[in-house]
Design a protein. Sequence first.
Length: 344
Amino acid sequence: MSIDVKELSKYPFLDSLKEYLEISDFNLEEILNKENKILNASIARIKSLNEKDYSFDFDPDTNIKSFVVSLFIVAHLGTAFIEKFAERESKRLSRIIKSEIENKNFSEIIKISRVLVSKDINLKQIKTKNSTIDSFYLKIKDYLKYAAYLGDYNWALAFHEIKEGYIYLTSKELSRILEEAYRQWIIIKCNELRDIYLPMIEPLIEKISKELPPIKRVSHYEEKIEYKGVDPPCMRILLNDLKSGKKLSHMGNFALATYLRVIGYSVEEALELFKNLPDFKENIARYQIEHIYGLRGGRKVYSVPSCITLRAANLCFPESPGCDNIKHPLQYIKKIKNVRKQNN
């Protein structure tokens, strides 16, 4: 494989990363063990998380390797740092994508889209009388994996052109999808790296923690909440918010609808609950609920998102009693029921 180092420097999530690290004799333990150019660049990268301008002027090799080292360090600094790093890196990618779009570098956009979002994504250029419209299309199921996190109803399927199981997006919409996909990619990688322990990381984490101001975790829930019943805490909070008329994120709506289906709510019963939303629109809500229940479109029934997916959407509450060592909200129900049986 011929590796384009400049390209990999811009897009360190490409498949060529592993091979590049191997041929360049990258050794994480050696880098972490003593002061060196890569470690210094990694620390500088992490320290800039709280700065307004998150940008770097490293050579391509340093940029690639410092990204990997930063990813490992951030993974061990904790959830708030992971979320901040994912946010800043994904925004940085968004700026690069914008430049690629302005330069009509669509082959590059397709390439990274196939890595981050779906292998089945293509470009269709539609010629009009006065211009050419660039439209990207991908399968609906791949679109929904990321659109569910993006907030307002403009991301609903009803507001997009759909043909034969594919959804069509503008370059601006695809850019936002890529940003979200990269944010999730970083969070998932950091959670994987948390399980890798290297002794030399301890003094480094202590040093960075002392030098950096604490990063406050972004959360919609500041108050301490007591959890009762068998509903997983994430779903219980979403239910309470919905019943009290609070606006939920798009991912919150999606996750809750999948959960309501599993615990036996009919479409009409779920719709009745969602009427509490301040931005409720019955035709849109009905369409989305029926789609999640497998009654529209490709007739796919959507599952309740996993804990790692909910964590990426800032909807997970790991401090909740009973949530230790589970990977899916439905495991919480089984765990609580088993505990109650043992106590009876």
